[in-house]
Design a protein around this ligand. Sequence first.
Ligand code: UT7
Length: 320
Amino acid sequence: MYSRIAGTGKYLPERILTNAELEGMVDTTDEWIRTRTGIERRHIAAEGEYTSDLALHASRQAIEDAQLTPADIDLIVVGTTTPDLVFPNVACLVQQKLGVPPVPAFSLEAACSGFVYALGVADQFVRGGQAKRALVIGAETMSRIVDWSDRETCVLFGDGAGAVVLEATDEPGVIYSNLGADGNQADLLYAASGVSRKASQTDGFGMLRMKGNEVFRFAVKTLERMVDEVIAENGLEKGEIDWLVPHQANIRIIQATAKRLGMSMDRVILTVQDHGNTSAASVPMALDSAIRDGRIKRGDLLLLEAFGGGFTWGASLIRY
Ligand code: UT7
């Protein structure tokens, strides 16, 4: 038993925040943001619009694309680091809003790697026979934890949601997942707001904090090592992967990973310019974009990858 992608969806909130607008908010320039990150704009959730609302839009699209109804879904897994509430978890909120019957529904926190983690977990449920049609979501409202006075981070992040429906099948599908983490680097990227540990002034009022340059170097090194493992452990030749669907944090990190894989940038799905770093939402949104515009076709071999706070990282090799 394997799982395959039966449908995809995505949602970006209406409000667009451009680099030019950010020039009026912090000491930055459109030129700096574009050349250092590739980002041109990001979307910001409206007041009263929460992570589960973004996830709901993306999920409706994915279920429709799979030619199913919410009643067909028998598992919901959400990767998010910006849940609406402490509990109920975002998956339960989506379940209620969609009208999915009582089935297992949970969220997991792995920051920017959240979707790749969620996909790996849902795939195990399907392979184990515990689910037949899993809704897997990456959804974030990063704008709610960004410090809008910190130019080193506020230019980077945005809000969005992506979703896929995984369906049981007898041919792969999801071929292989590679998940990893290193908690020793927690102080390089964190959001110091919590429940058990309250945010304090010295923590930075619960806002996202990042030592960008060090994270950058760790991300490039880790992703290079991970894609080497994917190639080796699956007996692949470098040219065999049709599309790289990377986490969209920084175009320069993506270029480094593509180079390691020997892939030209026209085989890489790049959406960072349109929405910045949307954490767990970025991989499923990129996937959905490239399927809908016809670049990714049935039968193509895809490599999804992500790296984020924790540190966490993950890759998923998929025959679409
Ligand atoms: O999603 C999960 C993980 N996150 C990431 O993967 C993000 C990883 N990091 C990055 O993408 C990059 O490190 C950044 C985009 C955050 C920064 O790019 P960088 O090339 O590493 O720049 P830097 O941090 O070395 O800073 C270079 C200069 C500094 O000025 P000085 O010290 O050289 O005078 C910064 O103060 O750029 C300055 N700077 C800015 N200037 C204009 C930092 N932020 C800005 C800004 N506008 N927004």
